[in-house]
Design a protein. Structure first.
Length: 289
């Protein structure tokens, strides 16, 4: 059986290409989020039904999975809009503040409280994130709708992580995934319809990007991340997901010719160090020189 840490690492790689695809701006942000969920649902639903892996343990868990799906769908939708209306770096930074919200939520609502190494790792990781995106970003912050959407995305994601952790304690990953995906697609499709978003008329490249988002960034990535969430602390998973910023920067440099400075490299190393601290199991006072 695949180990949770390996599943998490591969899942992070899969979602790291998402900001690059959104930045191409080939489809509207809300519709992009809808098709991401709809395509993943269309592939996963027949498989779950044929293999008889759809098993609902309780009505409460089912409704919580539905809520989880709606929250996650809205998270992706507002993040897409934030990226397209501001910059990918600003939107990514604001969204990746989610470990702070997850830590606070876990401290208040979960039995498995965040340990000291989580808070230390989170602080180090956020410092790395600041170095990665650059200090100029904070000087030029534009507190507009895109800024609000970026903050909202991080909060919605934190709610998703905490809720999914609770649900996955009593529901199998496949069942949770199909319920959450269908509810995400339905919520985003309904919202897109009432906002008169276009469901068709995209270029061939636009459709290709939507398919990649659905199959790789959603279906494969979140099957792996949900599996990791089921077997790991929600706080640890949320901080680990900050690693996507490092990979996204490398991909942006490779495919979009974005500049990568020494400061960004140092920031990436510091960010990864912060993630590593959250995985340290021994008490910090026992560290030896």
């Amino acid at each position: 059986m695949i180990k949770p840490r390996i599943a998490l690492a591969v899942g992070i790689i899969c979602i790291s290409i998402f900001p690059i695809l959104v930045k191409l701006n080939l489809t509207p942000g809300l519709i992009s989020a809808f098709y991401r969920m709809a395509i993943a649902s269309a592939i996963l639903l027949p498989y779950v039904l044929i293999t008889k892996q759809f098993k609902v343990t309780s009505k409460k868990a089912c409704w919580l999975a539905v809520i989880c799906g709606v929250v996650f769908g809205l998270d992706v939708g507002v993040w897409n809009i934030s990226i397209q209306q501001s910059t990918a770096t600003q939107a990514t930074l604001l969204t990746n503040l989610s470990p702070v919200w997850v830590g606070i939520g876990a401290f208040l609502f979960l039995k498995d409280k965040p340990k000291r190494n989580f808070w230390m790792g989170t602080i180090v990781a956020i410092i790395g994130m600041v170095l990665l995106v650059g200090f100029d970003l904070f000087i030029n912050f534009d507190f507009n709708l895109a800024f609000i959407f970026g903050i909202l995305s991080g909060m919605l994601y934190a709610v998703y992580m905490l809720t999914s952790k609770r649900i996955l304690g009593e529901m199998e990953v496949m069942t949770f995934m199909i319920i959450s995906l269908l509810s995400s697609a339905l919520a985003l499709g309904t919202l897109s319809y009432f906002l008169n978003e276009p469901f068709t008329g995209f270029s061939d490249a636009g459709w290709l990007v939507l398919v990649i988002q659905g199959l790789v960034c959603q279906l494969l990535a979140w099957l792996l991340i949900s599996y990791a969430t089921k077997h790991m602390r929600a706080t640890r998973v949320s901080v680990s997901l900050l690693g996507q910023a490092v990979l996204a920067s490398i991909l942006a440099w490779w495919f979009l010719d974005e500049q990568v400075s020494i400061q960004m490299v140092i920031g990436g190393i510091v960010l990864l160090l912060g993630i590593r601290l959250t995985f340290y199991e021994k008490p910090l006072h026992k560290l030896k020189a």
